[in-house]
Design a binder for this molecule. Structure first.
Ligand code: PEP
Ligand code: MN
Length: 341
């Protein structure tokens, strides 16, 4: 059920609708928009009778939602969601860039890469302290020590930290250090973890599972939003196909598909999407041209010594080129769009 308030509905009329929803035993999700507030209702097993709401003052209409998702959809919220991480916006006017090593390996390595990232004016720094590795014998991350190193990089260079949460057991710890909590591809359908980050007060970046459809991705985001965390960022990171020239097949077509159905911002990760350094810049350019809200890329100062994902890590000079090109492409498109109005 989706309740659309009249454009001139007052705050107390909205409050009254929220109360009726709660009294029925359901959860209200108010989404204020530019022209009207819409309220999503979750927690109901069957259909709700619209008559409960249609008679309330300030209500324009109560609509049964036919799509499998409610809160992530454009029916509930027409305007694009902008996720704010301190003073940095994801989904706003400028393309968001998240960059850093695959894994936090040491204080020296992390600070050296953080300095490169910060010197390009990029504010969002990534690095895994808990790593999801295919082999149990591969480097698993530094754990809390890694989170402390990230906090040091944040303090020294004025960065915001994006880092992955692997499981519900370590969710409190990761949330305490992170500015954005990342849910990786392998966990996209870990429903208890999705519910847990839905209760977090930090924004969540949700990566697409390696064989997830668009609906599965949106429904995973719905799990997070249904718990009350509306600051969700989606991320395309490539899917498994028969193509063997690339680690994954980066599915840029999902960007306009997401934007058609959902108000949530979507980023593209051409590092995991390709697995090869020489493909990262070309696909980052394409991601911006296709309309993504930004990119996430891996950078390393000594990729040949990296403990994970060295072959896809950009060298510092390549990262500088990428940042300049991403900004230039974004500007050209924004200016062309503005000249049409
Ligand atoms: C990562 O971003 O570090 C990562 C492990 O990515 P993915 O979950 O997309 O494989
Ligand atoms: Mn990686």
């Amino acid at each position: 059920m989706l309740i659309v308030m009249k454009p001139d509905a007052t705050e107390s009329q909205v409050e009254e609708v929220l109360k009726v929803i709660r009294d029925l035993g359901f959860k209200p999700h108010p989404m204020p928009g530019a022209t009207r507030t819409a309220i999503g209702v979750t927690g109901n097993q069957g259909a709700i009778d619209p008559a409960h709401f249609e008679m309330l003052s300030g209500v324009a209409e109560a609509i049964r939602v036919s799509k499998p998702y409610k809160l992530v959809g454009r029916d509930l919220k027409q305007e694009d969601t902008v996720v704010r991480v301190g003073d940095v916006e994801i989904g706003g006017a400028e393309p968001a860039i998240i960059a850093g090593p695959c894994a936090v390996e040491s204080l020296d390595q992390t600070l050296a890469i953080a300095e490169v990232v910060a010197s390009c004016g990029v504010k969002l720094f990534r690095g895994g302290a808990f790593k999801p590795r295919t082999s149990p014998y591969s480097f698993q991350g530094l754990g809390e020590e890694g989170l402390k190193i990230l906090a040091e990089a944040r303090d020294r260079f004025g960065l915001r930290i994006v880092t992955e949460v692997l499981d519900t057991e370590t969710a409190d710890l990761v949330e305490a250090y992170a500015d954005v909590v990342q849910v990786g591809a392998r966990n996209m359908q870990n429903f208890s973890l999705l519910r847990r980050v839905g209760q977090a007060r930090k924004p969540v970046m949700l990566k697409r599972g390696m064989s997830a459809t668009l609906d599965e991705l949106l429904l995973a985001a719905e799990y997070i939003m249904a718990e009350g965390n509306y600051n969700v960022i989606l991320c395309e990171r490539g899917v498994r196909t028969f193509a063997d020239h690339t680690r994954n097949t980066l599915d840029l077509s999902i960007v306009p598909a997401v934007q058609n159905r959902s108000h949530l911002p979507i980023l593209v990760d051409p590092s995991h999407g390709t697995g090869k350094r020489h493909k990262v810049i070309p696909l980052a350019r394409a991601a911006i041209a296709v309309g993504a809200d930004g990119i996430m890329v891996e950078v390393h100062n000594h990729p040949e010594q990296a403990l994970s994902d060295g072959p896809q890590a950009l060298l510092p000079e390549m990262f500088k080129q990428l940042v300049a090109e991403v900004r230039a492409i974004h500007k050209v498109i924004a200016e062309a769009d503005a000249s049409l109005v």
